[in-house]
Structures are given as structure tokens and as C-alpha cells.
Ligand binder design. Structure first.
Ligand code: HAM
Length: 399
């Protein structure tokens, strides 16, 4: 999956960026919002050795990549580079949560960000990119959940409407939601414990959009239709991090929304760069969780491996490991994926180890110095005698 992510990043014209694994807590607090779960409950703090200047915990393991990427963008003056800037990252993120299926304290995200493009074309392009990723890793039936949560012009009116709606029934909200009602009422909507009837009656952000946000959202929907991409409007999709404006998106396996957390998500964050001290620029991105995608693909029985078949180089005598190394090197020179057995053990033990390593083929070297080898198909057991150079052309042709 990581190979697919890297390949797509390059095919869609993104440049790689890698930010530090830990940064100042303040960056995440300002970027993601003090009331976001990631900051409030899930931050892993990092502190220096006892007695050191950095003993006090001012650092945290990154809970997500966007804040660090925007920090780097501002700090390194990337706004002078040709706009829009397209960046990607793949790496570990850290959030404290009780570990459970699909929710880990260390997980891997593939992240893409486009800075300097107001959309909506790029919004549609990124949703299409996510769909292509899921298709190329073999996951079927992925649907984008879509919403628009407005901007600085229309969001205040929507916030007021939510406060007015939820306040009289505050006692029926979870303690978290009761607290958030005052700080960030949108987050009440993504509380998993919210009563379904209360949720259904809540004001919808789409009914409050100003003309510019409405035109943006309609433009996005039109493009998704033209690309034939499946999406569902989800009025509760406000996203857990505070920096979003307008487009919000999450990806699910259709029909599994209730049972599974999102496979990936993201959205537009037109105000974040200014909040973190940069010159204002519109931006959008998403983070796709690799771990959850692996789990979903396994549930569907999808073949997760995108790698070429593996060839095991073995020999009929235990002590020919030098010749195995020479033959393996020759096959690798020809571009094959090869595992050579280095141990002094019998042919059957070597073959067994190759099969356990998921080898598809075995190349069996004979006793003498002859170049003749046996090529065995480890699935069917079929085998034939060839020269090493013939093995190379047969297997290269099959890939
Ligand atoms: P997020 O929705 O917080 O967004 O995380 C994106 C994805 O990371 C989730 O959909 C999920 O697949 C994965 N993920 C999150 N937490 C965990 C966990 N504890 N265990 C396993 N997987 C997890 C962001 O992080 C935003 N930075 C996305 C974005 C980029 N928005 C704009 N640009």
C-alpha cells in the first residue's frame, strides 16, 4: 500500500516533504484546536532528561502531519515557490487512545496537501486521487462522505443555530458534548454518543452556506458527478480538527459506516496558514490511514501485495551457499525479486523456508559447476530444466 501511495504521489505531481516526528506542543494546540480530541486527550508529550532545560514537556509526538507541513511551509518561505504547492508525506503519527481494532497509538498515514488553490477543481481531484488509491490497493466499494461547513462569513450563523438548538436539551448530551457546546458546538455533531433523533433534527450546515461557499460546494458536486465518483452527503461530517473550512470529506467502505472508523479523511483549511503566522493562502488535503485500509482490505480478502513474485534460490546440496549467492545476484541484476537461502541445510529445508517466505518460484542449483538449473513452480509443483539466463527471460516475461 505504501508503494501505491508513493507511486500515486509522483503520478499526480506531488513533491515529498518530511517533517519532524516531534514538534512543539503549541503548534498542534494552535493548529488543530485546543478542543480537538487529538490535542485535548490524545497527545503524547515528549520531555527531556530530568534536570535538563527541556525537562518540562513542551514537545509532542505529531498526532497528524498538516500542522507540521504548514509550519515548514511558513518557516522555509515556500510561499515564494510556484503556486499551488503540492506536497505529500508518508509516515508514523501518534495519538493516545485505548488501543482497539483500527485505533492505534502509532499508525501510518499517507498525506497529501495542496497549498495555494481555492478549488473546487482541486477538491474533486483529491477525492478522485483517494478513490484511485483504494482501487489500486484492491479495496472495493469505497464511498466519500461529503459536507461543507462554510467559512468565516457563514459559520458564525451556523454556530449560533447549533447552540440555540442544543442548549435546551443539553442534559441529554454526553459530558464531552456539554462542554463543547460552549467552545465548539460543531463538534457536538460528531459525538458518537449523540442521540440519533437529536442528531436528525439538528440544523444542517448546508442550509447556512453563504453564496460563495454554496457556489464552491455546488461546483465540487458537479465535478464529482462528471468524474462518476460515488459520494454521500453527510450532515454530521464536521471533522475532529478545528482548522477546516468549506469542504470536509471522509472515506468509508459503503455499508460499514456504523461499524468502522473512517479509512481516511480531510478537507479544506483556508484559514490555517494565517492562524500559524503565514500569509493567508487557501489549502486542502487529506490523510489516509494505512492501518485501517489494510484491515478493510483483509476483510474483503483483497490481495494487499503489489509486489512481483518472489524467487527462492536453493541448491541440491547443503554447502553450496556461495553458488546460491552468485546465482541470486545474477537474477537480481535481471530485475527479479530474489531470496537466496544462506544456511547450510538440506534441499527440502531450503524449499520449505522459501515457501514460508511466500516464494512463487524456486530455482534449484545442481551439484556440479554446470549452468543447468531446475525452475520449479511452487504452486503447481511443475518444473523444468533451463539455463540461468533462460530462467531470467521466462520469469521476466511473466511479470
Ligand atoms: P484524521 O481524520 O484525524 O485527519 O486522520 C486521518 C486518518 O488517519 C483517519 O481517517 C484514520 O484512517 C487514520 N487514523 C487516525 N487516528 C488513528 C488511530 N488512532 N489509529 C489508526 N488510524 C488512525 C488528519 O489527520 C488530517 N491531518 C487530514 C488532513 C490532511 N486534513 C487536511 N489535510
Amino acid at each position: 500500500m505504501e508503494a501505491v501511495a508513493r507511486d500515486l504521489s509522483s503520478r499526480y505531481g506531488f513533491e515529498r516533504i518530511d517533517t519532524p516526528i516531534f514538534e512543539r506542543i503549541d503548534l498542534f494546540a494552535r493548529g488543530l484546536g485546543e478542543s480537538s480530541d487529538a490535542v485535548e486527550k490524545e497527545m503524547f508529550r515528549v520531555s527531556g532528561a530530568k534536570g535538563s532545560e527541556e525537562e518540562r514537556s513542551e514537545w509532542a509526538l505529531r498526532p497528524e502531519p498538516t500542522a507540521g507541513i504548514v509550519r515548514a511551509y511558513i518557516e522555509h518561505g515556500m510561499q515564494v515557490r510556484p503556486s499551488p504547492l503540492r506536497l505529500w508525506m508518508l509516515g508514523p503519527m501518534f495519538r493516545y487512545a485505548r488501543p482497539q481494532a483500527g485505533r492505534y497509538r502509532q499508525f501510518t498515514q499517507w498525506d497529501v496537501e495542496v497549498i495555494g488553490d481555492p478549488g473546487p477543481m482541486v477538491d474533486a481531484e483529491l477525492i478522485e486521487l483517494a478513490h484511485r488509491f483504494y482501487a489500486e490497493v484492491g479495496l472495493r466499494g469505497v464511498v466519500a462522505h461529503l459536507n461543507s461547513i462554510g467559512d468565516a462569513v457563514c459559520r458564525p450563523g451556523y454556530r449560533d443555530a447549533l447552540v440555540a438548538y442544543f442548549t435546551p436539551m443539553a442534559s441529554r448530551l454526553s459530558p464531552d458534548s456539554q462542554r463543547r457546546l460552549a467552545v465548539n458546538p460543531l463538534r457536538v455533531l460528531d459525538d458518537k454518543d449523540l442521540d440519533l433523533e437529536i442528531a436528525a433534527g439538528a440544523p444542517k450546515s448546508l442550509d447556512f452556506l453563504c453564496d460563495a461557499c454554496r457556489a464552491h460546494f455546488d461546483g465540487l458536486r458537479e465535478l464529482l458527478d462528471r468524474l462518476d465518483l460515488r459520494y454521500a452527503i453527510n450532515h454530521r461530517l464536521v471533522r475532529g480538527l478545528d482548522y477546516y473550512t468549506r469542504t470536509t470529506v471522509e472515506f468509508y467502505v459503503a455499508g460499514r459506516e456504523g461499524q468502522q472508523d473512517a479509512l481516511g479523511g480531510g478537507g479544506r483549511y483556508d484559514g490555517l496558514i494565517e492562524v500559524l503566522g503565514g500569509r493567508p493562502a487557501p489549502a486542502i488535503g487529506f490523510g489516509l490511514g494505512i492501518d485501517r485500509t489494510v484491515i478493510a482490505a483483509q476483510e474483503q480478502g483483497a490481495a494487499v501485495s503489489a509486489e512481483a513474485p518472489l524467487v527462492a534460490v536453493v541448491s541440491s546440496t547443503p554447502d553450496a551457499s556461495d553458488r546460491r549467492l552468485v546465482a541470486a545476484t545474477e537474477l537480481r541484476d535481471g530485475g527479479l525479486r530474489v531470496r537466496a537461502d544462506g544456511l547450510r541445510r538440506s534441499l527440502s529445508k531450503q524449499l520449505e523456508a522459501g515457501a514460508k517466505a511466500q516464494a512463487r518460484w524456486a530455482v534449484i542449483l545442481g551439484d556440479g559447476p554446470s549452468d543447468r538449473v531446475i525452475l520449479r513452480d511452487l504452486d503447481s509443483g511443475d518444473q523444468r530444466e533451463l539455463n540461468l539466463s533462460e530462467v531470467l527471460s521466462v520469469l521476466s516475461a511473466g511479470q
